[in-house]
Design a protein around this ligand. Sequence first.
Ligand SMILES: [Zn+2]
Length: 102
Amino acid sequence: MSRWLNMNNERMDNDRECADRAVRNLMGLHVLGRLGPADSARVERHLLRCSSCKRDDVDLRRVTSALDLLSAEDVAEMLAARTGGAPESSGSYPQDAGRPNV
Ligand SMILES: [Zn+2]
C-alpha cells in the first residue's frame, strides 16, 4: 500500500514539474501529426527532457492508435452500449439539455 502511495506521489511530483503550458497545449496535435515543423521540433525537444510530457505522449499515442483500429460502426456500437442501447433515453449529453420531456 505504501509503495503504491509512493508511486502515486512520484507521479504527481513529475506531473507538477512541467510548467510548459504552451508545449502541453500542442501535445494532442503533435501526436496526430498536425503541427508545423517548428512546433513539432519544439515539442520533440521538450519530450527529450520532460518525463511527464514523454509519458503523456506515449499514452496519447496508445489511445490514438487504438482508436485508429475502430470503424465508424464500432464507435456507434460502443456509444450505444454505453447508453444502454437506448440513446434516446439518455439525458446525459449536452445537446439533450434543451429537449422537452414528453
Ligand atoms: Zn513537459
